[in-house]
Design a protein around this ligand. Structure first.
Ligand code: HEM
Length: 278
């Protein structure tokens, strides 16, 4: 296969999404989570972290407990990489998130190649940069502002919880957010506003919010989006207007995947400069 044939890579990614014996029959959601966690370590001030460098290949980052379960996604993508050894892991992991969102009925997301893997283990960003689901609005803001996002973008990005589920053995939380967790939609926002959520301890003793039938769930951080008035205003808009949500999600997710990605001749020197400050 010709180097640089990203359409062929996209097709190979689509082929690994249906997984009949896994979760809801789809690897799509966990691929989205991998793209997000690979990117969400970015720190705007120091220029460190982000998807460039695919630092989750290293044990230090892979074993951050926020990344529990993502080896499933990385292993599946290793199969794709065997067919296209010219693609960087950093490009492959981010592209897989984009392809998965489109495959599940979400918006088209702008994606550009050019990320590299040439980062030494010593430059892996420290653990603890990804959000902690047991916390509230102050924590959410400090994590996402660090990456350079505003309140509107935080809420738009959170709409990804329309996809997939929580696993007791990965995060301690359990269950899906919506009844059809392999279709991208704005149902998550509608449910946040409409359902009665009650706090309960799940089967492993972790506090989460459930609907009346204990079928659907919300994390404490999800509930913070309806408690905080500034976040809530965006939840209401996205619940009402699916097209607006799709547009804003595509822009924010595209921005997330670009955090810390510098291309061109100055690339390597600038990255080394940023890493020296880790
Ligand atoms: C799953 C937390 C933001 C996409 C999860 C899980 C937790 C979590 C605890 C369950 C993991 C598991 O047990 O398997 C958070 C927190 C966030 C946040 C605290 C911010 C405050 C985001 C963002 C995205 C995202 C910004 C993407 C744009 C996903 C997806 C899943 C997921 C797709 C489902 C994964 C699967 O089905 O395996 N998140 N998340 N999350 N998250 Fe988030």
């Amino acid at each position: 296969m010709a180097a640089g044939d990203y359409m062929a890579v996209r097709d190979a990614i689509k082929k690994i999404i249906p997984q009949s014996s896994y979760d809801d029959g789809s690897a799509g959601p966990v691929l989205v989570r991998l793209a997000w966690h690979a990117s969400g370590t970015y720190d705007k001030k120091s220029g460190t972290g982000g998807s460039n460098g695919s630092t989750m290949r290293y044990k230090l980052e892979a074993s951050d407990e926020a990344n529990n379960g993502l080896e499933y996604a990385r292993n599946l993508l290793d199969l794709v990489r065997q067919q296209f050894p010219w693609i960087s892991y950093a490009d492959l992991w981010t592209l897989a998130g984009v392809v998965a969102i489109e495959y599940m009925g979400g918006p088209k997301i702008g994606w550009k190649p050019g990320r590299v893997d040439d980062v030494d283990e010593q430059y892996v960003p420290p653990n603890g940069r990804l959000p902690d689901a047991t916390q509230g609005e102050d924590h959410i803001r400090s994590v996402f502002y660090r990456m350079g996002f505003n309140d509107q973008e935080i809420v738009a990005l959170s709409g990804a919880h329309n996809l997939g589920r929580c696993h007791a053995d990965r995060s301690g939380f359990e269950g899906p957010w919506v009844p059809m967790p392999t279709r991208f939609s704005n149902t998550y926002f509608k449910l946040l506003l409409r359902s009665r959520w009650h706090k309960r301890k799940n089967s492993v003793g972790v506090e989460q919010y459930n609907d009346e039938d204990n079928e659907l769930m919300m994390l404490p951080t999800d509930m913070a989006l309806v408690k905080d008035p500034k976040f809530r205003a965006w939840v209401e808009r996205y619940a009402d207007d699916k097209d607006l949500f799709y547009r804003d999600f595509a822009a924010a997710f595209g921005k997330l995947l670009e955090l810390g990605v510098i291309r061109g001749p100055e690339d390597k020197a600038l990255r080394q400069y940023a890493r020296a400050k880790l």
